[in-house]
Design a binder for this molecule. Structure first.
Ligand SMILES: Nc1ncnc2c1ncn2[C@@H]1O[C@H](COP(=O)(O)OS(=O)(=O)O)[C@@H](OP(=O)(O)O)[C@H]1O
Ligand SMILES: Nc1ncnc2c1ncn2[C@@H]1O[C@H](COP(=O)(O)OP(=O)(O)O)[C@@H](O)[C@H]1O
Length: 197
C-alpha cells in the first residue's frame, strides 16, 4: 500500500448518518447458487424497505460485472477479487448510513469471512439463499445451467466449480419452500428482531 497516504477523518460520521436516517446500517450478504433467488429476494426486500422510507441499496453480481468489475471473470482469483471489491463498496454504503443488500454467488467461505472481518460485529449479516442444485437447474432463468452442462460455459458454480455453503449464516432463506414474498418477510422480520429497523 502507498505509505504517503493519510486517512482523512470525515466531519459527518456513520453514527450521524444513522441518526439522520433513523435506522441501523450494514450489509445483508446474500450468498447462494445461480438461480437460487438472490436477486429476486434482494429486490423484494429493497422494495419493502423503500416503502417504509428506509435508506437501502442493492449491489447485484450481474450488474456490477457490467461496470466496476468488468475486468473480472470467473476463475477463483477473479471471484476472490470480485468479492473483495464488493466488500469495500458495501462498507462505504454502510458508512453512509445505508442498508446494503448484496447478491453475489460468493462461493468461497474464505472470501466471505474476509468481508465479514471488515465490519464491526453485527453489521454483517450472512444470508444463505438456499435452494437445491436440481431446483436451480430446473429454474435456469438465464439458460446458463444448460450451457454449463453442454460445456459451452466452463467453471460454472455447482457444475464444475465449487459452492461452499455457509457453515453458520445469520439466516437461511429456503426458496424452494417459500415464495419470494415470504422469504422477503422472513428477512425483514429478522432485521426487526436485530433492531436494524
Ligand atoms: N462460470 C460461472 N459461474 C457462475 N456464474 C456465472 C458464470 N458465468 C456467468 N455467470 C453469471 O454471473 C453471475 C454470478 O456473478 P457473481 O459476481 O455473483 O459471481 S461470484 O460471486 O464472483 O462467484 C451469475 O448470476 P446469478 O445467476 O444471478 O447468480 C451468472 O448469471
Ligand atoms: N422464494 C423464492 N425466492 C427467490 N426466487 C424464487 C423463489 N421462488 C422461486 N423463485 C424464482 O427463482 C428464480 C431465481 O432467480 P434469481 O433471483 O435471478 O436468482 P439468482 O439471483 O440467485 O441467480 C426466479 O425466477 C424466481 O422467480
Amino acid at each position: 500500500m502507498e505509505s504517503n497516504i493519510v486517512w482523512h477523518q470525515a466531519s459527518v460520521n456513520k453514527k450521524d448518518s444513522r441518526d439522520k436516517n433513523g435506522h441501523h446500517s450494514g450489509v445483508i450478504w446474500l450468498t447462494g447458487l445461480s438461480g437460487s433467488g438472490k436477486s429476486s429476494s434482494a429486490n423484494r426486500v429493497n422494495q419493502k424497505l423503500f416503502e417504509r422510507g428506509i435508506q437501502s441499496y442493492i449491489l447485484d453480481g450481474d450488474n456490477i460485472r457490467h461496470g466496476l468489475n468488468t475486468d473480472l471473470g470467473f476463475k477463483p482469483e477473479d471471484r476472490k477479487e470480485n468479492i473483495r471489491r464488493i466488500g469495500e463498496v458495501a462498507k462505504l454504503f454502510a458508512d453512509s448510513g445505508t442498508i446494503v443488500l448484496t447478491a453475489f454467488i460468493s462461493p468461497y467461505q474464505e472470501d466471505r469471512a474476509r468481508v465479514r472481518d471488515m465490519f464491526v460485529k453485527g453489521d454483517f449479516l450472512e444470508v444463505h439463499v438456499e435452494c437445491p442444485l436440481s431446483e436451480c437447474e430446473n429454474r435456469d432463468p438465464k439458460g446458463l445451467y444448460q450451457k454449463a452442462r453442454t460445456g459451452e460455459i466452463k467453471g460454472f458454480t455447482g457444475i464444475d466449480s465449487p459452492y461452499e455453503a455457509p457453515e453458520s449464516p445469520e439466516l437461511v432463506l429456503q426458496t424452494n419452500a417459500f415464495s419470494v414474498d415470504e422469504c422477503a418477510e422472513q428477512l425483514i422480520s429478522f432485521l426487526e428482531k436485530k433492531s436494524w429497523l
